[in-house]
Ligand binder design. Sequence first.
Ligand SMILES: [Zn+2]
Ligand SMILES: [Zn+2]
Length: 264
Amino acid sequence: MIRYDLHLHSDRSDGEHPPDEVLRRCARGGLDVVAITDHDIVPAFEPGLRNVEGRDIRVIAALEASGVHDGAELHFLIYFPGPVPSDFALFSRRQVEARVERYDAAAGKLGLPLADESARSGQRALTRHHLARALIAAGRAKHIHDAFARFVGTGCGNVPPFTVTAGEVIDAARQSGGLVSWAHPGRDQVDRWLAQLVALGLQGVEGIRPSLTSRDRRVYRDAARRHGLFLTGGSDWHGWHDLDPGLFAVERDSIASFADLLAD
Ligand SMILES: [Zn+2]
Ligand SMILES: [Zn+2]
């Protein structure tokens, strides 16, 4: 049985641990194929097969890109069968820079320190979560939920919205040979937007996730079949809690059409 987790985060964006530590935990968790999908930033390491703590793990080059559609900020998982092509790396670099500007605009409004050098030099991508942590560090919020509710949530108006559209993200990915799956859509979002996103070039939907019931999974599977999409699956692990990768895994059979496209 080949065990996949195609949605994990590291401290290159809002995850807790460096990529190497994420991979070590994946190895200990018995995963075979993994993708670190940080927000808008491409991985720092080469993809391919590697031995981690005595276990062979295949690492897929991937990221989770944000794009606006119909006024909503949607997330797209983009997977590359090989290394990330330079065209797409440039696109990603611009998104990381836009995130610095967005962070600084919010930090200025909220009286927080501006983005640090590692973000400015493109080594990590800043998110709302980073603003929330900065608010906690400054004693302005009690915990992450508090920070989101009062300062950095979408309704608070302190963080400028993204400007790149879902269509632009999908286009950039497809032109570079990326495979695009809609990350964690809600069932109502599927009803509202799936057909439109397919028309924009969307190829897959993340329909296997820890929070979904078997009935939910059937809904996504049926929607994927109707639109000729592949299914992907992953934990969206950030390392914020005690649970480790590998407790949740996706078997190859349930994502076979996607796995076939990734094959060398
Ligand atoms: Zn997401
Ligand atoms: Zn994610």
